[in-house]
Ligand binder design. Structure first.
Ligand SMILES: [Zn+2]
Ligand SMILES: [Zn+2]
Length: 386
């Protein structure tokens, strides 16, 4: 039956190209949300608007079962100037669908159309179209505004395209598949002085350099060596001449890991090391630590369900259920903290020519549209089977 989705390929492609041409940044997805809601309604699916501002939830019921699934797609684009020249290139310079959320939205719409037309299930499906996946935490805000109270689900599923993984392949794993993501700013402060008279003040450059070095011990000494984690310093700003030791130096960076417990330990260690190493150098450190995303953790049952559905579409030999976890992050982690389920990666084909996530030459692969839509449809058919 799901072969019927092949006949939607041109629709999905047209939707995807339309969305690609009109990318919108986090919480500004008004046109996109209208686009999604109009299509869902045209399939006869009831829609609810406004969670996290631009979120859209479509609800489709069939039969009498109380079982409920949530399927999630993200809708936001990135602040990138698109380098592609094709006809569906972004019409908004400086905004681009460089992460494939246009494809994710089109695939979930394709699955919704199929499920609404054929109703091959018994239960309820909530199609969750979320804003602001890219660093602004649209999923968290939808949850805080009552997503799962208003639309309770037994399990929730997410999907992301993956350049470098061939089209027609899926990758997933039980446990964490993506890392947590926290960022921090460390402002090292003291009494700047003449570079030739360091004894009259404190040297914030030396203190900052010592902090950068000492932060490497968070992963190597503070944490259990068998636990993967990462601390990267990504910005150093301070001073503007050859002979002045500045009052202030700014360090920024990020911390990533795969469990809430390690996330908490890293935060405490970064704050402690920054303050104490600054003090050891006669300076002080103010630390602003921003917790962004939790790790994205799939349950055993969720991965079992996803792997069965994916295998139905592409064959079991094309489904890797022991994928390597990635240190990138995903705000779907918030949804998986609330409900069981899974997050899967779907092949987008070669990353040649810059077709990598967040690259100005990226484009979602249209050949993957029917595969993703069939995966969603099959997941519903299997999990809410009649
Ligand atoms: Zn992204
Ligand atoms: Zn993305």
């Amino acid at each position: 039956m799901i072969e019927r989705i092949d006949s939607f390929k041109n629709d999905m492609k047209a939707w995807r190209h339309d969305l690609h041409r009109h990318p919108e940044l986090a919480f500004e997805e008004r046109r996109t949300a209208d686009f999604v809601a109009e299509r869902l309604e045209s399939f006869g699916i009831a829609t609810d608007r406004g969670l996290a501002g631009t979120g859209v939830v479509g609800t489709l019921k069939a039969g009498t079962s109380k079982r409920v699934l949530g399927l999630r797609a993200d809708m936001d684009a990135l602040p990138i100037l698109e380098a592609n020249k094709f006809s569906h290139r972004s019409v908004h310079d400086g905004r681009m669908h460089a992460c494939g959320h246009d494809g994710h939205t089109a695939m979930l719409l394709g699955a919704a159309k199929y499920l609404a037309e054929t109703k091959p299930f018994d239960g309820t499906v909530h199609f969750i179209f979320q804003p602001a996946e890219e660093s602004a935490g649209g999923a968290r805000i939808m949850i805080e505004q009552g997503l799962f109270e208003r639309f309770p689900v037994d399990a929730v599923y997410g999907l992301h395209n993956m350049p470098g993984l061939p089209v027609g392949q899926f990758a997933m794993r039980v446990g964490p598949i993506m890392a947590s993501f926290d960022s921090f700013d460390i402002v090292v402060k003291g009494t700047g002085t003449h570079a030739a008279l360091p004894q009259l003040g404190s040297d914030q450059i030396v203190a900052a350099a010592a902090i950068v070095g000492a932060l490497q011990t968070v992963v190597s000494r503070v944490l259990d060596p068998t636990e993967p984690a990462l601390v990267s310093i990504t910005r150093i700003k301070g001073g503007d001449s050859y002979n002045v030791i500045p009052d202030e130096v700014l360090l920024s960076g990020c911390a990533r890991c795969f469990s809430d417990d390690i996330q908490d330990k890293m935060k405490k260690a970064i704050v402690r090391i920054a303050k104490e190493v600054a003090a050891a150098n006669g300076a002080t450190a103010e630390v602003r630590f921003i917790e962004h995303y939790p790790p994205t953790v799939s349950t055993k049952e969720g991965v079992a369900a996803s792997s069965r559905a994916a295998a139905d579409v592409v064959g079991a030999h094309n489904v890797n259920i022991e994928a390597k976890a990635l240190l990138t992050a995903e705000d779907f982690g918030y949804m998986l903290k609330e409900r069981p389920g899974s997050y899967v990666l779907m092949g987008n084909g070669p990353g040649d020519g810059g077709c990598l996530l967040h690259n100005p030459r990226y484009d979602f692969n249209d050949e993957a549209l029917t595969i993703g839509a069939k995966y969603w449809a099959r997941l519903v058919e299997r999990e809410l089977g009649t």
